[in-house]
Write a new protein. Structure first.
Length: 321
């Protein structure tokens, strides 16, 4: 792979509350290579969506980035002014949100959304040319060109999600962050959507961060997988080695809890306990209260994410030395 398009160093995000500070993203280091699909997975509340919003600096108050760097194409995004970030959003980094019905303006036609995106970032493009580009893009995404003047409510869920992808592709962004893009889709439409996204990724050599709790979607699309738990990155590996032999006990539990048609047992395995309270997290490894292989050291010292095998990174004391 080529040089990383995105490098995150020691990134931390806090949400101050009346009862304490929630550390939603905790000292995360991550690199995304150009042209790869990185799956970011974990339970609800683990910090994966917050990480995606932090990259774009779209955190809602009181959330704030309290430390670290976000290096995109050799520039630290945390050093840019708001005007510079507005120019970068959409043109260089795009986001596909999980519910297109709440992200698309119900009073604007599909053409309005796409044309506005193109003309906002390419001021020298005429409205006629922007509409021509929008029509070609919508047609390429499998939506008949005559439907470009429909309103969002006139489209199916799958078609609305395709429009969201179209907005991300309109300006050939270097990085696309897809936050739970299949959550609002039924199984049949989800399969069609994944086929489309896979084809587009290969055709345009897209770089995608795929944020999801759906392990099946990750298995379909991702090149590498990053696993988050309680705001921290705890395992990182290529997709097939991680599925074949998960190293961290949390990753193993996560995969074992997914329904599998080939299961011989009559019940699913479930992890005991619940995710920790991030206002008052446990000492040591945050997973140790739920871990079936917990050791005394896990209760005291927090393990760092490190390479424990070639190409395999894990934050676990089981692989010390």
């Amino acid at each position: 792979m080529s040089e990383p398009v995105l490098q995150i160093h020691n990134l931390s995000v806090d949400y101050p509350t009346r009862v304490g500070v929630v550390r939603a993203v905790d000292d995360v280091d991550l690199a995304v290579e150009r042209g790869e699909v990185l799956g970011l997975v974990g339970e609800s509340g683990c910090g994966k969506s917050t990480l995606g919003m932090a990259i774009l600096r779209l955190l809602r108050p009181p959330g704030k980035i309290v430390g670290g760097e976000i290096i995109f194409n050799e520039h630290n995004l945390l050093d840019l002014g708001e005007a510079e970030m507005r120019q970068l959003r959409g043109s260089r980094i795009s986001m596909v949100f999980q519910d297109p019905m709440t992200c698309l303006n119900p009073l604007q036609r599909v053409s309005d959304h796409v044309v506005e995106t193109i003309r906002t970032h390419q001021g020298d493009v005429s409205e006629q040319e922007a509409r021509r580009q929008a029509t070609a893009l919508i047609d390429r995404l499998g939506i008949r060109s005559e439907r470009i003047d429909d309103y969002p409510h006139q489209l199916s869920g799958g078609m609305r999600q395709r429009v969201m992808i179209g907005l991300a592709l309109a300006l050939n962004a270097d990085l696309i962050i897809a936050d739970e893009p299949t959550t609002s889709l039924d199984v049949i439409v989800e399969a069609q959507f994944l086929d489309l996204l896979r084809d587009l990724q290969r055709q345009f050599n897209l770089t995608i961060i795929l944020i999801t709790h759906n392990i099946g979607v990750v298995a379909e699309l991702a090149d590498r997988v990053a696993v988050m738990y309680a705001g921290k990155l705890i395992e990182l590996a290529d997709v097939f080695p991680l599925f074949d032999d998960p190293l961290h006990p949390y990753t193993r539990g996560l995969l074992n809890s997914v329904p599998n048609i080939s299961l011989t047992e009559d019940h699913l395995q479930i992890m005991s306990g619940s995710p920790p309270d991030l206002i008052d997290p446990p000492a040591g490894c945050k997973f140790h209260p739920r871990c079936p292989r917990v050791m005394d050291r896990c209760r005291v010292d927090e393990p760092a994410l490190r390479e424990v095998r070639p190409g395999r990174w894990a934050a676990c004391w089981l692989y010390e030395g």
